[in-house]
Design a protein around this ligand. Structure first.
Ligand SMILES: Cc1cc2nc3c(=O)[nH]c(=O)nc-3n(C[C@H](O)[C@H](O)[C@H](O)COP(=O)(O)OP(=O)(O)OC[C@H]3O[C@@H](n4cnc5c(N)ncnc54)[C@H](O)[C@@H]3O)c2cc1C
Ligand SMILES: *[C@@H]1O[C@H](CO)[C@@H](O)[C@H](O)[C@H]1NC(C)=O
Ligand SMILES: *[C@@H]1O[C@H](CO)[C@@H](O)[C@H](O)[C@H]1NC(C)=O
Ligand SMILES: *[C@@H]1O[C@H](CO)[C@@H](O)[C@H](O)[C@H]1NC(C)=O
Ligand SMILES: *[C@@H]1O[C@H](CO)[C@@H](O)[C@H](O)[C@H]1NC(C)=O
Length: 499
């Protein structure tokens, strides 16, 4: 009798992924992803990876696939108008590009000047050694220490790849950040980058002249943004930045294709829980998703819904109907940014240069000054090229500016001594950062997941990809009851020895 009993026990152990949850659940039939930006496309890709080929994945997109990754055409060539640069250690994005057979366009080196509204406080030269002396002269060891400070945060952030490779998921954005860097990292959401760097001993001068302009060029905000997104801005001005040849949005179309998701053109208006009785067994809990297409109002039911668009009245204005308790609402203000492309010649005298020939910057970062009507100004190349800008092209280049408001004719006439064409794109670009920051939840209901809460920590393509993988893993583990893969403590130590 001993042998069959042992066999039975063994069988039971093999069948149940979690003690006490012996029943293997049916696979989900249909999953909806709301939004076809990088978050939604990556979610579709990872959901397919986890749930296998039989589940139907539908991506509902109200406008164009790519979302905040989009190009704009200026005089016959395309330029990145939204999310444009990636860090060399953005490993999910790197993996996607490789997997999809896309090519990398290296970022072009530009000569940068930092302008305070009256004069340039820092002027980069073509000579590495001169730049080094200038940096030391102006800021002492601050630049080197900043590099190490950012590196330390980046090291912690990089732990996510190992956790996700080992299939671990987190039920909230705070828990995810905590698993990466403990209280210190979570604490960064509760203080401004200014406070964080002052505490770390950086000088006022350095914070105002270097850190602030880096934040303005990346997030069109100042040193009052939270410490984590501030650190991301600083990583965003490091060397080795890259983008996707042909446009970053190609990653979205590529991932949607690879995931064999069905892309549906429609605006999701509401989500409502439904219970469908079955002849045998427990009733099925589903979600009715109602969306608007060109042929009118329609909808469908899904087992799992992943929301990959910012929830607020101006963006993904989705009503959660008849939930008990109601799906929580959270304040989620987004920052308006105007991107303007100008084909023209810069007005060197506006920037205090008597001799236009002496003016050789191809990137101008700015300090905070109420007189200034732009955050930054930079020469850009078409998404098909990438690579270096010659100085000759400065005579008549495509400049990209970030500003708070649409530039008036008078402002354009101040910035440019002459210009041919102007193209404008206004975005609700990223959260209006104002610490202490609380990230919206990842789990909105039993099987509804929300990606964009992570943007409160920092908004970036890679952050959306990290959130997408986390949501796919979380949805999978919750569906099958694998609680040993959710919110585990001490992962860093635990996985240190594993390959
Ligand atoms: C000007 C600018 C510059 C940036 N620069 C960088 C950068 O250099 N590097 C970087 O990493 N990041 C950058 N970012 C941030 C980056 O672009 C975003 O973090 C990222 O693209 C967000 O992707 P997402 O898929 O989460 O959201 P989104 O791209 O916003 O995708 C959401 C999608 O959902 C759709 N949608 C919304 N509501 C509904 C609905 N009700 N029904 C159906 N569909 C809906 C939208 O149309 C959209 O396509 C920048 C952003 C902007 C705007
Ligand atoms: C950050 O501030 C919030 C309140 O906004 C608080 O609930 C949270 O505990 C704080 N987190 C840390 C790590 O101090
Ligand atoms: C649905 O879309 C049509 C046009 O495509 C629009 O006229 C209508 O107002 C939309 N309805 C809702 C409820 O958004
Ligand atoms: C958001 O949706 C609600 C309900 O459909 C609607 O009443 C409201 O006008 C919408 N808000 C915006 C800004 O579109
Ligand atoms: C250039 O800038 C100077 C100084 O701000 C300004 O007086 C002039 O009008 C601007 N425009 C041109 C075309 O020179």
């Amino acid at each position: 009798m001993a042998a069959p009993l042992l066999l039975l026990l063994l069988a039971a152990a093999l069948c149940s992924p979690v003690p006490g949850l012996a029943q293997q659940r049916d696979a989900p039939g249909r999953i909806a992803v709301v939004g076809g930006g990088i978050g939604g496309a990556a979610a579709a890709y990872f959901l397919r990876q986890k749930f296998g080929r039989n589940v139907r994945v539908e991506v509902l997109e109200k406008a164009a696939v790519g979302g905040r990754l989009a190009t704009l055409e200026v005089e016959g060539a395309s330029y990145e108008a939204g999310g444009s640069v990636l860090h060399p250690l953005n490993l999910h994005m790197k993996h996607f590009v490789k997997e999809l057979g896309l090519s990398v366009a290296p970022g072009h080196s530009s000569l940068t000047g930092i302008y305070n509204g009256e004069e340039f406080v820092f002027e980069e030269s073509n000579w590495y050694i001169i730049n080094l002396f200038k940096l030391l002269w102006h800021y002492g060891l601050n630049p080197l220490r900043m590099y190490m400070w950012v590196e330390d945060i980046l090291d912690k952030f990089m732990r996510i790849y190992r956790y996700q490779m080992h299939d671990y998921a987190f039920s909230s954005n705070e828990r995810l950040l905590h698993a990466l860097g403990g209280d210190d990292l979570v604490q960064m959401l509760n203080q401004t980058i200014d406070e964080a760097m002052q505490k770390a001993g950086f000088s006022h001068k350095f914070i105002n002249e270097v850190v602030c302009p880096a934040i303005r060029v990346n997030y069109a905000q100042g040193v009052k943004i939270n410490g984590f997104v501030g650190a991301v801005s600083l990583a965003g001005v490091e060397s080795g930045l890259w983008s996707v040849k042909g446009g970053n949005k190609l990653v979205c179309t590529g991932l949607l294709y690879a995931s064999k998701a069905e892309v549906v053109s429609g605006t999701v208006l509401s989500i409502e829980p439904k219970v469908r009785p079955r002849r045998t067994g427990d009733p099925v809990k589903l979600y009715q998703v109602t969306y608007n297409t060109t042929s009118g109002l329609t909808g469908d039911t899904y087992d799992i819904v992943v929301i990959a668009a910012p929830l607020n009245h101006e963006m993904a204005n989705i009503t959660f109907k008849n939930f008990d308790p109601p799906v929580p609402e959270f304040p989620n203000l987004y920052h308006r940014v105007v991107v303007t492309f100008v084909h023209g010649r810069l007005n060197a005298s506006f920037f205090g240069y008597e001799d236009p020939e002496a003016f050789s910057f191809s990137a101008i970062f700015t300090m905070e000054n109420p007189k200034l009507f732009i955050y930054s100004l930079e020469v850009v190349s078409p998404v098909e090229d990438g690579g270096d800008e010659g100085k000759a092209s400065l005579q008549s280049a495509i400049w990209k500016t970030f500003s708070k408001d649409v530039l008036t004719k008078e402002q354009l006439n101040l910035l440019f001594s002459s210009y041919d064409s102007v193209k404008v794109k206004t975005w609700l670009a990223y959260p209006d950062y104002s610490p202490p920051e609380k990230c919206p939840p990842v789990i909105l209901h039993d099987n509804i997941y929300y990606l964009n809460g992570i943007e409160r920590a920092a908004s970036a393509m890679e952050m959306s990809a990290v959130a997408a993988k986390n949501a796919a893993l979380l949805a999978y583990h919750r569906w099958y009851g694998n609680s040993d893969k959710i919110d585990q403590e001490g992962l860093h130590e635990k996985l240190k020895t594993e390959l």
